[in-house]
Design a protein around this ligand. Structure first.
Ligand code: ADP
Ligand code: MG
Length: 305
């Protein structure tokens, strides 16, 4: 059985050309240019909570990084470096090889270097910290929504949650197990979007975070929400409004930015849908049905529920 040092050497020591110093010392050394800010975010994935026991290791490697890339997208930051803290019940080399493959494949696509981490024996736990950069003062924060702004969503909502109920649906399974972080969109929204968040806990809850932080309300038309195809209406509503793990971007922008935003969709190959508007007042989401009547909102996925 390989030692901790062997595991790091064999599986997690690929070159990190964008770091001054990567894996192998007491800390990595990174440099960012003057006038730029660092965006830093961490996500923890626990077996039995965020993924099922026996989950495919390649997809886990992808997802552990993808959820962090999605946080960079939601800030409008360019992802640059990541660290990986890994607790493993045993040093299963086939598992490690597949996990590292999934992780590095996605990292390579987004130009991210793995520059450090920690490895120990324990219940399967994946913790990635990501560092990204952006021009100073341009981050897409949750507190930037203003009355009169449009509310936009990328892609489609509900697919990942639908996969939990219909595991044999391949398109839904891909949404759940191998989400595509919307990094290019996030970067292009700098200077266009007022506020942004990634949909990790469900549309209603995540929009709620923007409303709370910005001190505004919102009106959203359910019919306008871009939806993964789900035949059952009640299930659709639950997956679209409260389903987690979609990793689409939810953002606000002034109406003057509409044409600019619409023009991003084709080059990114990503639907961008205007679903409602921000209003002055209490941080409340008013959801309207096709007849313009108020709908009851479903609470989002709560990690402490
Ligand atoms: P320390 O004694 O400082 O904790 P370690 O022996 O744990 O150092 O790690 C040695 C080097 O390997 C460090 O550069 C650390 O960042 C890196 N490292 C450890 N585990 C991982 C991992 N899972 N992925 C990437 N780098 C790792
Ligand atoms: Mg260590």
């Amino acid at each position: 059985m390989p030692s901790e040092f062997e595991i790091i050497r064999r599986y997690f020591s690929r070159p990190a050309p964008s770091a001054l110093l990567g894996v192998g010392d007491d800390a990595a050394l990174l440099q960012i240019a003057a006038g730029r800010e660092l965006a830093v975010s961490t996500d923890l994935l626990l077996e039995g909570r965020h993924f099922a026991a026996g989950a495919a290791p390649r997809a886990l490697g992808h997802k552990a990084l993808a959820v962090n890339l999605s946080d960079m997208a939601a800030m409008g930051a360019a992802p640059r470096w990541a660290t990986l803290a890994l607790a493993l019940p045993s040093a299963d080399e086939a598992w490690l090889a597949a996990f590292a493959e999934g992780f590095y494949a996605l990292a390579a696509r987004f130009g991210v270097d793995l520059v450090g981490g920690d490895t120990a024996r324990g219940p399967l736990t994946l913790c990635v910290t990501i560092l990204g950069e952006l021009p100073a003062g341009t981050a897409l924060r949750r507190d930037g929504a203003r009355p009169g702004d449009d509310v936009w969503v990328s892609g489609e909502l509900g697919g990942a949650a639908y996969a939990l109920e219909h595991a044999q649906d391949a398109a839904a399974a891909k949404r759940l197990h191998e989400p595509e972080p919307r990094v290019a969109l996030g970067e292009r929204l700098r200077g266009l979007a007022g506020a942004a968040i990634d949909v990790s806990d469900g549309f209603a809850q995540d929009l709620g975070h923007i409303l709370e932080r910005s001190g505004v309300g919102a009106v959203v038309r359910y019919a306008d929400l871009p939806k993964f195809r789900i035949a059952d209406a009640a299930l659709e509503q639950r997956c679209v409004l409260a389903g987690g793990d979609d990793y689409e971007l939810l953002f606000t922008a002034a109406p003057a930015a509409r044409a600019h935003i619409e023009a991003l969709a084709a080059p990114l190959g990503l639907a961008l849908t205007r679903v409602g508007s921000i209003q002055a007042g209490a941080p409340r989401l008013q959801l309207l049905d096709a007849q313009g009547r108020a709908m009851r909102t479903t609470p989002g996925f709560d990690h402490f529920a």
